[in-house]
Structures are given as structure tokens and as C-alpha cells.
Ligand binder design. Structure first.
Ligand code: FPP
Length: 246
């Protein structure tokens, strides 16, 4: 007798959605290796999927989405891989600027943009500036981003304010720190999704993720699809968040 496994219902019609979702786009290299392709082919497939998933999140009503595209540590990768990623970023930014009229997504960059070449920096500034008045989903693209680097940046900015007398040491509290980091003014992530089966934070949103729910999935990023996104959202909706209370 055949045993039929009941397919999980992946409908998200009646669930409470997280306000802010973070995604660590991991597994491009392994996806390419499995197919005997160069790592850059995995990143191209990952960039294609990035476009699909951001549209999907915007369509289903996610208000804030943070995508980890390039970390402060990723510069250590072989030069040809870094160059391939820069080419993909440039293509995406040029495309975003070209399709500007029809879009509702508000694009923001988190990370130290001064690490990029002047042409990429200027595309980033134009894309951020040109989309700032939109009222759709806020898409934070974490590029040259590191959670520790972000906290060093915030600490220096606060220290300078103390030094100049603008604030006193006693004024330093959690709100001031939240207001001094790249995501200032945005809610903390409720849900962080990590495809590719690794159980690490990899320096992603260290301060902001204090109470985030993690969903780790055994799927490589280029294969991560709408059903996987729904699965993570349903998993999140089932969690009992206590924020340290009972
Ligand atoms: C980690 O996978 C992935 C990255 C370091 C790059 C992520 C970038 C993209 C998905 C492209 C984004 C493009 C745009 C346009 C924003 P990995 O290479 O470490 O994978 P592995 O662990 O299997 O080696």
C-alpha cells in the first residue's frame, strides 16, 4: 500500500506577518559547485532569486526587508569572485534606477558604502535618494555591512557627541544606540531566515536581532522559493515570543 505524505499547507492567508524580515542569502557557492560551475554562476543565480524574493515580500505585505548581500568580511574572497559580485550589484542598481517610475520599494543601504568604487557609490546614493519618498516596502540592502563594524561606527558617533558636549554620558541608553545604527527609525527584525543549513549569525544585525526568531532552512539560496518563504513565515507565526518575560 502506498503511503501518501500529507503536503504541508503553505497558505499564509490567515497568519500574522512579521513587520521586519532579514535574510542571509547563503549557499550560492555550494549551489554552483553541485553543478560543476564557477562560484560566480552561483552568485548570478542568487541575484536572480534576490529579485524574485524581494518582489514577493513586497507583494505579500512585508513592510521592512533586510537582505545580506555583502559583508565586511567578504572582501577576503578571491578577487575574481569579489569582482563578479560588484558586477551584479552594479547591474541591479542600474536596473533599479532604470525602472524607477514603476516601483514602490524604498531602497536603503546599510553598511559602509565608502568601501565601494565611486561608480557603485554614486549609483547607491542615487537609488536611495530617488526612492526615499516611496511608501512601499523598505528594502535594506546590507552591503559592506558587519554588525560589529556598525557598533564601532555608532560608538564613535556617540563618543563624538559626548566630547562636543552635545550629550552627557548619562544620556546613553538603548534608544540612543538604536538611533545611531544604520537601521535607525525602523523596527527590529522579527524574523531572520538563513537558507543553506548553517547555524550562524555571521555578523548580521547583531544589535537589532536581540529578540529575532531564527528560521534555518536546508535550501541553498538560489533554490529558495516562495513556498520556502511561506514556510518560514508560518514557522514564525507559530513561535511564542516572550521577549524575556513569561
Ligand atoms: C553567501 O553565499 C553569499 C554571498 C556572500 C553573496 C550574496 C549575494 C547575492 C545573492 C547576490 C546579491 C545580488 C544583488 C543584486 C544584491 P556563499 O557564496 O558563501 O555560499 P557558500 O557558503 O555555499 O560558499
Amino acid at each position: 500500500m502506498a503511503i501518501f505524505k500529507k503536503k504541508q499547507d503553505l497558505s499564509i492567508d490567515n497568519i500574522v506577518l512579521p513587520r521586519h524580515v532579514g535574510i542571509i542569502m547563503d549557499g550560492n557557492g555550494r549551489w554552483a559547485k553541485k553543478r560543476g560551475l564557477p562560484r560566480s554562476a552561483g552568485h548570478s543565480a542568487g541575484a536572480k532569486n534576490f529579485r524574485k524574493i524581494i518582489r514577493y515580500c513586497s507583494d505579500i505585505g512585508i513592510k521592512h526587508l533586510t537582505m545580506y548581500a555583502f559583508s565586511t568580511e567578504n572582501w577576503k574572497r578571491p578577487d575574481d569572485e569579489v569582482q563578479a559580485l560588484m558586477k551584479l550589484f552594479k547591474q541591479y542598481l542600474e536596473e533599479a534606477l532604470r525602472d524607477f517610475q514603476d516601483d514602490t520599494i524604498k531602497l536603503r543601504f546599510i553598511g559602509d558604502i565608502t568601501g565601494f568604487s565611486p561608480d557603485i557609490q554614486s549609483l547607491m546614493i542615487d537609488a536611495q535618494e530617488g526612492s526615499k519618498d516611496r511608501d512601499g516596502m523598505v528594502l535594506n540592502l546590507a552591503m559592506n555591512y558587519g554588525g560589529r563594524d556598525e557598533l564601532v561606527m555608532a560608538t564613535k558617533s556617540i563618543a563624538n557627541k559626548v566630547k562636543s558636549g552635545e550629550i552627557a554620558v548619562e544620556d546613553i541608553d538603548e534608544k540612543l544606540i538604536s538611533d545611531s545604527i544604520y537601521t535607525a527609525g525602523q523596527p527590529d527584525p522579527d524574523l531572520i531566515i538563513r537558507p543553506s543549513g548553517e547555524y550562524r549569525t555571521s555578523n548580521f544585525l547583531l544589535w537589532q536581532s536581540a529578540y529575532a526568531e531564527y528560521v534555518i532552512m536546508d535550501k541553498l539560496w538560489p533554490d529558495f522559493n516562495f513556498d520556502d518563504m511561506n514556510y518560514a513565515l508560518i514557522e514564525y507565526a507559530k513561535r511564542n515570543r516572550r521577549f524575556g518575560g513569561v
